[in-house]
Design a binder for this molecule. Structure first.
Ligand SMILES: [Zn+2]
Length: 78
């Protein structure tokens, strides 16, 4: 038998992946992940154009930001 609460929580985590909140906008609605990849391919650029993520470059520094706010342009780590 299936646990209905378990199904609901799984569905919720799939629809709402964790995103930190933008400190300036006080919402995570416009926050997208910054992706660092040595090979930036067409799929990655297409996702960036779609506004799903931001390509941060090929090299990733120790304190490189992980998140980008499309609303105010802020870059932050979490
Ligand atoms: Zn913001």
């Amino acid at each position: 038998m299936q646990d209905p609460f378990d199904v609901l929580s799984r569905r919720a985590t799939r629809q709402k992946p964790f995103r930190p909140r933008c400190k300036a906008c006080r919402t995570n609605r416009h926050v997208i992940p910054v992706v660092y990849s040595r090979e930036i391919d067409e799929a990655l650029l297409a996702a960036e154009r779609a506004g799903e993520l931001r390509v941060g470059g090929s090299a990733r520094g120790v304190d490189a930001p992980n998140w980008y706010c499309r609303h105010c342009g802020a870059l932050f780590q979490r």
